[in-house]
Design a protein around this ligand. Structure first.
Ligand SMILES: [Zn+2]
Length: 602
């Protein structure tokens, strides 16, 4: 056999079905999906529908479909929002009965805005195809056109378009169809769902511009999870505790999720929380996402969000059905009482703008002590000895295993801080100023240089990740020591007031201890580098003079020598100790460059 053909056979996907194939009759029927397909006029089927959900289309199919939607209805407009690292255009389709195609016009309608986001992880298929069908239902067959009386829709066809086109049957071993798929990360190998705060990618910067302008009342972020095989066709995550403003959190917890659970169950979905399904655990916390993630970011912007995670081992068609229904049911719920969601956003924004210095702001939580009963809907598993691994390997059966556990939805503060009136970011930290502006944080230019005493921090014992994480070497641990210090700040630096819509995002970026702070992500790295050094023969006479002149210093030095023979026996360490206390030492090393103030300082 020719070598190439041998290679092709060797690489061909094996006819292996490791999944349980546990699907209920409702999942196999996928009724609402079939109804949407049946109602579509000729020429309006997606590539997924045309291939009986064996394949998903390429990016050009999605764009062509969206272009046709915009051409077919005066109620839709397709807008380019930016471009990917490889230069592909990124689009958002705005759908509005009032033809409110700008954020400003949308606000005047008083209607809530719902953002559908697809393909942030482009190997995770389902959301993109379901959104296309749903938009066809609104704009072409008009089966769901009534939603537009009560809400405005925005849809991003594929967020990670470069990843979507890095197509292969081998991109995601855990995913049960379509036949080929895109890849998780961008062309620069960056994960967009870790990029919401640091915004290193052009894709995220485009998204933030859209989001900051529109501030959609609800974000639906469509994903596909893997992990253990289980009964769920869809799992969800939402923010409802102290990590989100009480109004959108309360709407999510009391109005939205209970109704979503009820309606999804009635349609035959097995929906649960997106949590760790570890079989040994008795109490499982619901994960709280920091603002590097989509839903955590929305929460920091006072907005509700739904993380949708369908399951990779369900068939591709089942997954499209789950995405389709969870979006459809959500839009039905919102259209039923649109003011509730819109008012929640407005109330949260009013509170954000009225934030008083000294108010406590919750930036990070840990699982609380309260728990509640919950049933995990797992599958019975068997173990066998793998011939390849030699170890015990799990094989899931299609037999349901309902396991009672307790889940923790409550949260206890891990980082809760008193808000200053604002921060000053010195002009020279331009990347940080640009980052704040990318997020739509309002800043004011300092008209003149200021030299004054400010509250700020010294950063002690900083450690960095030894390996890159999302293209950076983040600070993994440090101590932020509050200090009051004299600082000289250049004219043209910026004042960042906390009392604004994006105030909490500003605090997440500028409070050094916040989980996704600019400091942790490495925006201030040079602060930790010493730039000038001494020669011992030059400093020795100076050091002796320091000790002779200052008895208190001498006493401290003697104490340090007595405490550590190692120190006492190291000439360099002894001189280093004294150098750090001399006026030659660089006072701005380890000094956090940002300062805060309890009143506007100019
Ligand atoms: Zn994902």
């Amino acid at each position: 056999m020719p070598a190439l053909l041998l290679l092709a056979l060797w690489l061909a996907p094996p006819p292996i079905r490791p999944e349980s194939q546990a699907e209920t009759p409702a999942m196999r029927r996928a009724e609402s999906l079939s109804e949407s397909t049946a109602a579509a006029p000729k020429g309006w089927l997606t590539h997924a529908e045309e291939t009986a959900f064996e394949h998903t289309g390429r990016y050009r199919e999605a764009l062509a479909f969206y272009r046709r939607l915009a051409a077919a209805s005066p109620l839709a407009r397709l807008t380019q929002i930016g471009e990917t690292a490889q230069g592909r255009p990124l689009f958002a389709l705005v759908v509005s009965k009032d033809r409110a195609f700008t954020a400003q016009a949308a606000r005047k309608t008083g209607k809530p805005v719902v953002l559908l986001q697809n393909g942030i992880h482009a190997g995770e298929n389902g959301g993109k195809d379901a959104a296309m069908m749903l938009l066809r239902d609104v704009l072409v067959t008009r089966r769901h056109a009534a939603w537009l009386d009560h809400l405005i829709l925005i849809s991003i066809p594929v967020f990670n378009a470069d990843g979507h086109e890095r197509i292969s049957p081998y991109n995601r071993i855990n995913e049960n169809g379509p036949a080929e798929m895109g890849f998780r990360v961008t062309a620069n190998r960056l994960n967009l769902n870790r990029d919401y705060i640091k915004s290193d990618t052009p894709e995220m910067r485009a998204w933030l511009k859209l989001y900051a302008a529109w501030l959609p009342d609800l974000l639906i972020d469509n994903h596909v999870t893997d992990g253990s095989d289980n009964q769920y066709d869809v799992t969800i995550s939402v923010h409802t505790e102290q990590d989100i403003a009480p109004e959108p959190g309360g709407w999510t917890k009391r109005a939205y999720v209970p109704e979503l659970e009820k309606r999804m169950a009635a349609l035959g979905h097995v929906m649960g929380w997106y949590i760790s399904f570890s079989r040994g655990a008795e109490t499982i916390p619901i994960q709280a996402f920091s603002p590097r993630y989509s839903t955590g970011y929305a929460a920091a912007r006072n907005r509700a969000a739904l993380l949708v995670e369908t399951h990779s081992l369900k068939s591709f068609k089942t997954r499209v059905w789950s995405h389709y229904d969870i979006m459809r049911v959500t839009l039905d719920i919102i259209a039923g009482s649109p003011r509730d969601l819109r008012n929640a956003s407005l109330a949260a924004d009013r509170a954000a703008r009225a934030l008083q210095p000294g108010s406590m702001v919750f930036l990070e939580g840990a699982p609380g002590s309260e728990s509640e009963p919950y049933t995990l809907r797992l599958l019975e598993a068997e173990r066998y000895t793998g011939a390849a691994s030699g170890g015990p390997i799990v094989r899931y059966t299609a037999r349901p295993l309902d396991q009672p556990v307790r889940i923790v939805r409550s949260m206890t503060p891990k980082l809760e801080l008193s808000a200053p009136a604002g921060y000053i970011v010195p002009r020279e930290w331009r990347e940080v100023i640009a980052l704040l502006q990318t997020h739509g944080v309002r800043t004011e230019l300092l008209p003149e240089a200021i030299e004054a005493d400010f509250d700020t921090w010294r950063i002690d014992d900083v450690r960095f990740s030894p390996r890159p994480f999302e293209g950076r070497f983040p600070a993994t641990s440090f101590k932020a020591r509050p200090v009051r210090e004299r600082r000289a700040i250049a004219a043209g630096s910026v004042w960042v007031p906390t009392g604004q819509q994006a105030g909490k995002v500003a605090m997440h970026i500028l409070e050094p201890e916040a989980p996704d702070s600019a400091l942790r992500w490495g925006f201030f790295q040079p602060v930790f580098e010493q730039k000038e050094y001494f020669s011992d023969y030059v400093f020795e006479p100076y050091a002796k003079a320091m000790l002779d002149a200052d008895p208190t210093l001498k006493a401290e030095f003697d104490q340090a020598l007595a405490a550590s023979p190692e120190f006492a026996n190291s000439p360099r360490a002894r001189l280093e100790w004294l150098y750090r206390r001399s006026p030659y030492y660089e006072s701005d090393k380890d000094a956090y460059p940002v300062v805060k103030a309890m009143a506007r300082p100019f």
